[in-house]
Unconditional design. Structure first.
Length: 82
């Protein structure tokens, strides 16, 4: 019939490409370009990421302090009971 095992089904308008695992490089230029690229990307985005984190940190600490204050009893409410 002319059919090979890998070509048992024909699918129209679907193209797939693959490489053999023996032809691929697992970590191509990971140590030479990867670490420098990571530092470069971090340096580029630090000014966009840091201010919201600082703002949310101050908002969280302020909210926690206010919550702890609101849990305390006010001594002026209990002066009449003495």
């Amino acid at each position: 019939m002319g059919w090979e095992f890998s070509n048992l089904i024909q699918v129209r308008y679907f193209i797939s490409y693959s490489l053999s695992p023996f032809e691929q490089k697992a970590f191509p230029s990971y140590f030479t370009k990867g670490i420098l690229n990571l530092l470069h990307r971090t340096q580029d985005s630090i000014l966009q990421v840091t201010p919201p984190f600082i703002g949310f940190y101050f908002l969280y600490t302020w909210g926690t302090q206010e919550f702890e204050k609101s849990k305390r009893k006010k001594p002026t409410d209990f002066e009449e009971e003495k």
